[in-house]
Design a protein around this ligand. Structure first.
Ligand code: ADP
Ligand code: MG
Length: 626
């Protein structure tokens, strides 16, 4: 103890150059120089605590936990270790200095070897220092223990937390895995969403278009509704009108059927009256027609009364046989139903016979002859020329019949017309409508059926419906005649030609039928031959003509006298015309006259024949109705 140097305050201050030392020395300085030194900082303890650790390690009595804590502290606080370094060195210094401190103090502030008291003082200070340090180290130890417990607690908490976190992490990982699946799904879904969005966009576009469309259609609908309502009202109006019209139509139909009945009975009445008139006019009528001279005009020997259209007279001047007296003039007067002069047109002539043609359509048989010498105008009267105005009786008659049948069709009548054209030459029948080869001409016979109908075998029966067809048939007939003409001179004048139109009418609604025939006959020339001139074929022809014409006269006379026997079969002509002559028919005879003076004799003969026929009264005709 005596060796311990006594340190003065001054020296301590001088020797502690470092701040740590000055801090370590602070309590001592406090004690010694309270007024001059600043009070020690509270951190000083902590600083001291730090620097104590190496000291603690150096001490064997320091408990293990403390050391460990120190190590832990050192380990956990590298910065603190750095801080501790100087402290350690100070501690080491102060630990190791014991023997050297004196030397060191002595080196800088070395107490004089005599200053034992000072040295003791120093030592005491040091001890005090150490004690303070121990105390603070203990305190620190306590604190560290507490903090260690806390730290352990915290560690276990942390571990728990860690476990929890791990659990959470694995849960999160699971979730993550799930989420990655979900993400794929999400991607898919998002792709789908994109697609859907695109289609949505499309649809929206379409929707907009549709909306526009809808708007326009709504407008249209509105317009249509308006139109509909207008049309509905007009429909209702029309329906009302229709109902009224239907009622009207119904009543009109009734009226029509009533009027049809009336018309039918009126038509029947007309026929009856028409027939009565014809009968009053005579069922056989004779018209005389005088042909004009070639240069027009008329011969002096023929006289036609200007005011009377029914008489004709021929005048013949005869020279006095004695030669002394004046020439005597002999007049031959004839009267007929009608006499046509040279100026009479085809139309004038036809007008007179058109009533008979109407009778043919009404169901009566009608026969029209042209009688006269060759060149008197028979063919002109019956057929006429091709010039329209010069058309003869045949084309005009068929025209009238077709027109009248058209009118009757509105009353339910349906007509069919069949034409035939026959030539009778030398008591032989020849088909004038034949179209085949000349060398294959068939022969014809007149046949009578059980129902008294006459037909000609192998004859052409041609259905006709218009005038042109009939004109065509007339042309064909003329062609057929002219071929025969070249073979035999003037044949046509020596043959009869018979145009026949068979008329059949049906009124289906009233179940009425009618059948009749219209015969238009161009007779052979009536001229008589001087017997001496007639030889061979010519004589034969003349005989045939004479016999047939005279037989026609006989038949008509027999009919007029209502004789029981009528010699129809005596000639082909009367046999063929059997049904058109007699009680059931109307007959018209044209007597054609040539005006030339040299035809006087023939003219007289013709007029005599005709007037004989004209005197006949044929029995009352009755219509062929079934
Ligand atoms: P038929 O047949 O009697 O032998 P046609 O009819 O051939 O006589 O007449 C002889 C000629 O006289 C013909 O050229 C004809 O054109 C003409 N003819 C006959 N009648 C008349 C008449 N009414 N008006 C004018 N010409 C007529
Ligand atoms: Mg003729």
């Amino acid at each position: 103890m005596s060796r311990l140097p006594v340190m003065s305050n001054k020296r301590v201050l001088m020797s502690s150059s470092s701040s740590e030392n000055s801090q370590d020395l602070a309590p001592l300085q406090k004690k010694s120089r309270k007024d001059s030194d600043p009070p020690p900082k509270p951190q000083a303890a902590a600083t001291v605590i730090m620097s104590k650790r190496p000291i603690a390690t150096a001490r064997p009595n320091v408990s293990k936990p403390i050391r460990r804590t120190g190590a832990a502290t050192v380990a956990t606080g590298p910065s603190r270790a750095g801080v501790l370094k100087p402290a350690m060195s100070t501690a080491a210094k102060s630990a190791n200095v014991k023997p050297t401190t004196g030397a060191k103090v002595g080196g800088g502030t070395k107490r004089a070897p005599w200053d034992l008291k000072g040295k003791v003082c120093d030592m005491e200070e040091k001890i005090q220092n150490y004690q303070t340090r121990v105390k603070s180290v203990n305190q620190e130890n306590e604190v560290l223990k507490g903090s260690m417990v806390q730290t352990r607690q915290r560690a276990s908490e942390m571990e728990k937390e860690l476990e929890k976190q791990r659990g959470q992490i694995s849960a999160f990982q699971k979730q993550l895995e799930e989420l990655s699946g979900v993400q794929e799904e999400l991607e898919k879904v998002s792709m789908e969403k994109d697609t859907l969005q695109k289609s949505l966009c499309n649809l929206e576009g379409k929707y907009k278009i549709m909306e526009t469309l809808r708007d326009s259609q709504e407008v249209e609908l509105q317009t249509l509704k308006m139109k509909l309502s207008v049309q509905e009202s007009s429909l209702a109006r029309l329906q009302q009108t229709l109902r009224e019209t239907e009622e009207e139509v119904q009543s009109l139909k009734e009226t029509v059927s009533q009027q049809k009945d009336e018309l039918y009975s009126g038509e029947m009445e007309r026929r009856k009256l028409h027939n009565a008139i014809q009968e009053l006019k005579g069922n056989i009528r004779v018209f005389c027609r005088v042909r004009p001279l070639v240069d027009g005009g008329l011969s002096k020997h023929i006289h036609l009364a200007s005011d009377d259209k029914t008489s004709i007279s021929l005048a013949k001047t005869e020279e006095s046989h004695t030669g002394k007296g004046t020439d005597t003039q002999k007049n031959y007067n004839f009267s007929f139903d009608r006499v046509f002069g040279p100026q009479a047109s085809q139309q004038d002539v036809f007008e007179e016979i058109s009533l008979l043609v109407q009778s043919a359509l009404d169901g009566y048989n009608v026969c029209c002859f042209a009688y006269g010498q060759t060149g008197s105008g028979k063919t002109y009267t019956m057929e006429g020329d091709e010039v329209h105005e010069s058309r003869g009786v045949i084309p005009r008659a068929v025209q009238q019949i077709f027109k009248a049948s058209d009118k009757l069709s509105s009353q339910g009548w349906e007509f069919t017309f069949t034409a035939s054209f026959v030539e009778i030459y030398n008591e032989t029948l020849r088909d004038l409508l034949y179209k085949g080869k000349a060398d294959k001409r068939p022969e014809h016979e007149i046949r009578k059926s059980t129902n008294n109908e006459l037909t000609v075998t192998n004859l052409t029966y041609q259905k006709v419906a218009c005038e042109d067809q009939v004109l065509g048939l007339i042309a064909l007939a003329n062609q057929n005649r002219s071929t025969a003409q070249t073979a035999q001179n003037d044949r046509s004048s020596r043959s009869h030609s018979v145009f026949k139109l068979d008329i059949e009418g049906v009124n289906v609604g009233r179940d009425v039928k009618c059948k009749s025939a219209l015969c238009l006959v161009d007779l052979a020339g009536s001229e008589r031959m001087v017997k001496s001139q007639s030889q061979g074929d010519r004589f034969k022809e003349m005989t045939a003509i004479n016999s047939s014409l005279s037989n026609l006269g006989i038949v008509i006379t027999a009919l007029a006298n209502k004789e029981s026997y009528v010699p129809y079969r005596n000639s082909k002509l009367t046999y063929l015309l059997q049904n058109c002559l007699g009680g059931n028919s109307k007959t018209l005879m044209f007597v054609n006259i040539a005006p030339e003076p040299d035809s006087f004799g023939e003219t007289l003969n013709s007029l005599r024949f005709a007037s004989k026929v004209n005197d006949c009264v044929i029995g009352t005709a009755s219509a062929n109705r079934k």
